[in-house]
Design a protein around this ligand. Sequence first.
Ligand SMILES: [Zn+2]
Length: 272
Amino acid sequence: MSMIEKRLSALSIWFFENLLRCEGISHFISTRIGGYSNAPFDSLNLSFNVGDDEKRVMKNRKLLAETLGISLNSLTTAKQVHDAHVEIVTKGSRGKGATDYKGAINAADAMVTDAADTCLMALLADCVPILFYDPSRRVIGVAHAGWKGTLRSVARNTVSVFRKDFDCSPKDIVVGIGPSIGPCCYEVGKEVVGQAENLFGANQGYIGKESASGKGYFDLWQANLRQLVEAGIPEENIETAKVCTCHHPDLFFSYRHENGRAGRFGAGIVIR
Ligand SMILES: [Zn+2]
């Protein structure tokens, strides 16, 4: 793994090396460690929408924001629906969903902005967090990609918004692909295998160990990496954590490991 873990007071926060080198932004991948929630959301659950006590979620978000030196009211979240819509976040929508679920941006799995002090945050438990930064145009983005979002090309769509709406050149964009369920654990049914092969072609290496049952293991990291490279981002600009959430349930929330009753960790980025 290439990510850097930092112990910041009670919290364990992970950072991409390539994004740490960029000036003018902050970013983070949070873990389960150091929060206030009880099992099964123990302990740093950041989602208001998984059945956890809202007051504890609020305390967790405050603790995270304070620890990172980010304003709580700048935490901007979306209602994630496993689709591929990219929301352009303006100053006016800064902080939507910071303190409740109903105020979050409606139905978006990616967000892009050039507004300063606006922290875009995705919430995760096995899906892939992808953070984007164009240091040349000073534009940031975040995407949430599970198998549906990956097949619906949410990562590619995010690059399109950088290009078309912010006049960015993909070669300038720096990307981190964060912890998620890995190809070691992500068994999928033959329906998903079929859809992935239709989209990417068979034998691309995204679906491994196919058994007689038709099931396979989906490599979401490779599938998203290829999407980003095809969208014009140089491979050397992309850092992949290659950390499996299902393999590290002590560190990260994992929907599959917890049989669906799991909290959410956060992946965020903000222009200073
Ligand atoms: Zn695994």
